[in-house]
Design a protein around this ligand. Structure first.
Ligand code: NI
Ligand code: MN
Length: 195
């Protein structure tokens, strides 16, 4: 079975596989690049890497509408549970076998305070194993260095072009990745890719 990935602009992705729809860092409202809206996007699980508004985004509204389970660190999971949402907490280094596959929380060097100032714990990346495919969502990072360390089969750039602050040329990045002998796909928002 294949895993189908869709980029929604900024750091938001949908992954379909293992019989579930996973939404990663669902930031649609106020995201000028989003190809979907918070009131129509589908989700069985919502994975949140850290508490910042451009990643936590529309998590509460989508989880409330869809009944999706939020997967995040303990602080963000508890914050969601306190709002009546379903959540599954993991700590950095911790992993869990979900019905769709495995999720492990990895370390990320960043902040994580939630939009209302609540403590958001430690920022994380996700190591996902679904249908025999391994997907690493690294979060905000030194991407080229990470590519050199990880030597993945395919790199998908994210977190660029949303605002002037994160204005970068993904094609220039892709060229440098390919010079390292690694495939790199720049996905326009809304474009699907089968892994
Ligand atoms: Ni952030
Ligand atoms: Mn960010």
């Amino acid at each position: 079975m294949a895993v189908e990935l869709t980029f929604h602009g900024h750091a938001s992705f949908t992954l379909r596989g293992g019989g579930a729809t996973l939404l990663l860092d669902p930031f649609f409202t106020d995201n000028p690049l989003a190809d979907v809206s918070a009131d129509s996007v589908e989700a069985d699980y919502i994975l949140v890497s850290h508490g910042h508004g451009d990643h936590f985004g529309d998590t509460v509204a989508i989880a409330r509408r869809t009944g999706a389970t939020v997967i995040s660190n303990f602080e963000i999971a508890t914050y969601c549970e306190n709002q009546g949402l379903k959540a599954h907490a993991l700590h950095l280094g911790g992993g869990w076998e979900f019905p769709f596959g495995r999720v492990k929380l990895t370390i990320a060097h960043h902040g994580s305070t939630l939009p209302d100032g609540s403590p958001g714990g430690n920022p994380a990346g996700f190591l996902l194993e679904i249908e025999g495919k391994r997907v690493y969502f690294a979060g905000d990072d030194d991407a080229l260095r990470a590519v050199g360390l990880l030597t993945p089969r395919l790199v998908i750039p994210m977190h660029y072009g949303t605002w002037p602050l994160v204005e970068q040329d993904p094609h220039a990045f892709a060229k440098r990745v390919e010079e390292m002998g690694v495939r790199c796909s720049v996905l326009p928002p809304g474009q699907k890719l089968t892994l």
